[in-house]
Design a protein around this ligand. Sequence first.
Ligand SMILES: [Zn+2]
Length: 297
Amino acid sequence: MKSIAALFPLLLIPLSASAVEIFACEPEWAALVQELAGDKATITVATSAFQDPHRLQAKPSLIAAIRSADMVICTGADLEIGWLPLLLRRAGNPGIQPGNPGNFMAADYVRKLEIPKLVDRSQGDIHPQGNPHIHLDPRNIRRISIALARRLIDLDPANAAYYETRQADFQSRWNEAIDAWEQRAEALAGLRLVSNHRSFSYFAAWLDIDIVATLEPKPGIPASGAQLAALLEQLSPNPPVAVIRTPYANEKPSRWLSARLEIPELTLPYTVNGANNVTDLYALFDESITMLQELLQ
Ligand SMILES: [Zn+2]
């Protein structure tokens, strides 16, 4: 089929007009595209909730998917710096290269937290552009959904009305959901937690949750035994309520600290499909709030 398409490129027009092919780096962006594009898009997701989005192997199946994509939607802010540039180079697909309409980086549309004053790459900080785990503030999702709908319209103007309607519908349901989450989560304000990696900074900032320490001394650098021991000593006089981590994080340091402080260790879903019942973006926030509320009981 490839050779026929190459000889008769016009043949591709009716085929590609049937659906926009999306390559999403993370499940949260696949879920957002699904909300906005419905059956006008086919979506390939590069990572699952159980894979670290900082680190991924550029497998042949991913190269094949990105080669035929009309758009890549990723976080950006260097989250995928270890693998996306390589995939893009191997894609041989000009439309999705940086600067072109088929290249959408969600972090370009939100204010980043934790931007380092001085980046020392020799120390291995994997958040040199600030914290890239932006999707756990639902207000960021709202901003990104507006920009993403515009981009879908640029790429597929024939279906502009469809994307506009779906974005307006999503935004109105999402705003209602944010109001409901903020009400439900009022009691979480001031909740003291320790996090393995800085994965939950936006979620915590949104709900006034207090992440009192991070196990990793720098983003991406596992704590040494001595550093963990120092953290245990620091936290012992006034232990936090729980240690939280993502489904993909190494559980050992969290378990070690939670056992010694005698506090729960909690795996939050972090993204879509990060827990059994978390099948969309709404359930992601519902379930994360529910799990934290259970700590208070
Ligand atoms: Zn990170």
